[in-house]
Design a protein around this ligand. Sequence first.
Ligand code: ADP
Length: 482
Amino acid sequence: MRILFVTSEAHPLIKTGGLADVSGSLPAALRNIGEDVRILIPGYRQVLDKLRNPRVLLKLKWLPIVGDVTIMGGEMPDTGVPVMAIVCPHLYERDGGPYLDPRGYEWLDNPLRFGSLSRVAAILSSKASPLSNWIPDIVHFNDWQGGLTPAFMRFSGAPCAKSVLGIHNLAFQGNCAEEWVEKLGLPYEAYHIHGLEYYGQLSFLKAGVFYADSITTVSPTYAREIQTPEFGFGMQGLLSDRSSHIHGILNGIDTNEWNPATDPHLPEHYDADTLQKKGLVKRALQEHLGLTVDPDAPLLGVVSRLTHQKGLDLFLECAGSLAEEGCQIAILGSGDPSMQQGFVSLAKAYPKQVSVTIGYNEAISHQIMAGADIFIMPSRFEPCGLNQMYGLRYGTPPVVRRTGGLADSVCDSNAESIADGTATGFVFDTADTWQLHVAIQRALACYRDKETWKKIQRNGMAQDVGWDHSADAYREVYKSLL
Ligand code: ADP
């Protein structure tokens, strides 16, 4: 099958979160099982700089407002998966991030920037595509940024590929003013409840949910959750209507990049048989972060966007008492200014026990994942979550809330699961500080029992967190449409 994978970020070209990890590794996994996948991505500066063998493939003329764009072909630098980048300097080659300007505000023309991504995807997915030697069977577009793809396909008048919407986080919907309908060249007749309209706005994600032939999301539990008012962000009704077209497929992780036995960001390497060497990574991390070097102080790690979704306000509320009990804490992330400030103040109060790095740093993220003893991820909702899987793979058992992909990937440690060899972490139910604190206390109790701890670490390290099963499941979804 020819599959066009439409995404606004893909690691290692550009990354702000989990979507980039998935876009880096799922196309590669599909290629490994024989499918012909190409990635379509905006030509941000970082993408054009990192693309392997860049060459002009074609030019598209007369896109609404935007004018002409160039499609640059190339390959992913690590996996060699073919990439098509949309070169349009005034849309994509800017300082700042893919979605936010340098001051942290959304780019005002995001509807145009990602409307153009969706439109190009639709053009390339039509049987009338100018790229006549590569017309896809499936266009798999991801999140709100690609959401208008099937709408443009529907209104193009030409026969098109089958479309699949990948939902990685329903909280981000790409809602914008009605005026964008016409500006983007969409038919005004489609602006109503059975089409593009969503509570008085044009919604990219709603358009995707409404017009896609099939919908995937990144874990079986999240697939169920998004059909309920608690997790549906207002779209639960439409999603329930489309229930038979929704497939929950748990993400895998890139097991080459996230491998403690080879990770180039680590000062020492280890595996399940040489877990004592993980202590050397912990020592180096403590030194690097200015924490007291103490092999016995339990080190709790966080790598995350610091937002309400991630539940780190709950952790902030109990972090002081954990420090009083002798725990160390290493945090890497950025986001909500008040949460950032809260953690920075905590680090000032406990300078030898708490380290906070505000910002995005891949090397430190790998070092925390390996050097910490316990990984903390108390998300209020979590479509899939990758960090808990990195924690499992690095022998850093995660403490997680029972939601979305966290519920599907972590098995709580209790007498039974420890005895039968399935325990991999610590799971709590309700998003409140007390329950999180209790779960961390349970983790600390196990940590002090070295034999039990090793068992839990090894169970997690043995868990299959790769892409093989999931790539097969995606292939089945695609096949079912053809
Ligand atoms: P989300 O996509 O909701 O932010 P995920 O757990 O699915 O959460 O994926 C987050 C990805 O981004 C992981 O690969 C994680 O390691 C990475 N990440 C998040 N924050 C940072 C940071 N501050 N520095 C480096 N990597 C980060």
